[in-house]
Ligand binder design. Structure first.
Ligand SMILES: [Fe+2]
Length: 295
């Protein structure tokens, strides 16, 4: 450390005196270097003022295990959550092709997977809940309204417990008629499936989708949560990992519009027919159990 400081000083001493003078002249003695750097950058100024209004982030409790997992092909996020004390775990929105990875992770960490929970009946990939059920002995969970088979069917208000932690369920149909969002109040987070994505939302043009329902449910049930709640979606296509209620209420380009404008946007997206829908829906209706790869 001392050697580095000495060599830095001697290097500075070798600078031509004119350069030295102009460099020091830009640094008023009364302004600390840190705030000087912020002051000269408009971008820093902007982020500094945003930071002052951001709601305070709530850390997860020490006994809450959280792991975000990703499937590159479908850009799906799965979430392994556990009570670190008892080892009871759940996974939200597992993907068939990643079931072995997820089961191995559960085993490595010494957890017992209690539930594989789906936010809805996916159209773009096959759920991993059926295969995880076979690999780990967990139970599959989905909303009764989805029309899909599962070991446990849920409706709004049901509570899903793992160890001392629990998930509160909200019915948030709109992307599909069976969409649920999962809230963990103590940790200040909500898993929104495809109902609310980061700066976006799920499409509403199939599976009994309804832009009106989606808009109303997001506003009534998700945007009414505390603003510092973290939002964890089922997908992201741009590499963003999480958002917050505060952020989406301000910056979601669709859901900040009026309901009429939102419906117009959603009805004119002209999206292509989902590539895997013909394989995914029949498999997911059966909880993904009949399409398990043979080994
Ligand atoms: Fe979906």
């Amino acid at each position: 450390m001392r050697i580095a400081s000495v060599s830095l000083l001697s290097a500075f001493a070798r600078l031509p005196s004119l350069i030295r003078a102009s460099a020091t002249a830009q640094l008023p003695a009364s302004v600390p270097i840190k705030s000087y750097c912020a002051a000269i950058s408009p971008r820093s100024l902007h982020s500094q003022s945003a930071a002052m209004t951001l709601p305070e982030r709530k850390p997860f409790t020490a006994d809450f295990f959280f792991r975000q997992l990703f499937d590159t092909e479908s850009s799906t996020y799965s979430y392994l959550l556990a009570d670190a004390s008892s080892g009871e775990a759940v996974i939200i929105d597992p993907v068939l092709e990643q079931a072995k990875r997820d089961a191995q992770l559960v085993k490595d960490l010494g957890f017992k997977l209690k539930y594989a929970i789906n936010t809805h009946m996916h159209a773009d990939h096959i759920t991993g809940s059926g295969w995880l059920r076979q690999l780990t002995g967990c139970q599959s969970v989905i909303a009764a309204a989805s029309g899909a088979k599962a070991d446990r069917h849920i409706a709004e208000g049901d509570r899903i417990e793992f160890g001392r932690h629990s998930i509160d369920t909200l019915a948030t149909p709109g992307h599909t008629n069976g969409c649920m969002s999962y809230v963990i109040k103590e940790q200040g987070c909500v898993f929104t499936g495809d109902t609310l994505l980061i700066r976006g939302c799920g499409r509403t043009d199939f599976q009994e989708g309804s832009p009106k329902s989606l808009y109303e449910n997001v506003h009534a049930k998700i945007f009414s949560l505390p603003e510092n709640y973290r939002i964890y979606p089922a997908h992201d296509y741009k590499g963003q990992l999480e958002s917050s209620v505060w952020e989406e209420k301000r910056y979601n380009p669709r859901l900040t519009k009026s309901i009429d404008q939102f419906i117009e946007i959603m009805e004119n997206l002209n999206l292509p027919y989902p590539k895997k829908i013909d394989a995914s829906l029949p498999a997911n209706r059966e909880c993904g159990v009949y399409d398990i790869p043979k080994e």
